[in-house]
Design a protein around this ligand. Sequence first.
Ligand code: KIV
Length: 301
Amino acid sequence: MTYRRDGEKGLKMPEDKIPKITIPYLHKKKQQGEKIVALTAYDFPTAKIVDEAGIDLILVGDSLGMVVLGYENTIPVTMEEMIHHTKAVVRAAKRPLIVGDMPYFSFHMSVDETVRNASRFLKEAGAQAVKIEGASQKRLKLIETLVEAEIPVMGHVGLTPQSIYHLGQFKVKGKEIEEAKKIMQNAEDLEKAGVFSIVLECIPMELAREITLKRNVPTIGIGAGPHCDGQILVFHDLVGYANGYLPKFVKKYVDIHGSLNKAIREYIEDVKEGTFPDDSKSYHLKKKEVLEQILEKKEKK
Ligand code: KIV
């Protein structure tokens, strides 16, 4: 059995007995220089595997729209879809901190509607926090209001996919000085507004390092190099679920698409050839009389 430290209590306990991951525990990890490992998940079986593997934080990301629901970008994702999938993840994952991603237009209309939508992630779906993209002055005020309403918020700067129509395409942000300064300021403002952590997406690693050193809350990088306090990837990218384009920063650990494709082709062949199901995968009548009666009926027909 493997043992590790429980950062909160300073006790040693078996890996599978470690209680629910909390925000103070993640903060402690930053202070102790221990990496935070995060991953997205959108359904029950995936969340179960992710939890069992020992991930600290699950983000039910609005990337759901692209990798699970087949939308072109994250814009069409609705609150109902996010709540539906977050509930499934919460039912499966017991140990990781679960963060629900606020979808496009769930926090753009009014403060009241934003608080109501964010609270649904906690009250209805059972998540422990929400994530919001961006750090405009208006966004910072919203975040302050959410934190005041006891809703923990994760910030998200650098490349913010919900701004796709402004950006035109997904590309690295902060390569030039003005944009780099703005992202640094964004991270500082987010910390002041009360976020418990900040996602840094697609920014140069030198910039991510500087932000990570300056900030007290943990930075979670995706395409932001090795110096962040933690890392996150989209589950489907990590396991090679789709066989299309993958950004440079993704490391594909397994080719699930290839394995599934192979398995399904074998199944098709087995069924066509009659080798599945065979005797070992079939049920049998136990009583001889039942068989005789069935055969008799068949003969009478
Ligand atoms: O929606 C998502 O999966 C995200 C991560 C890429 C951070 O926002």
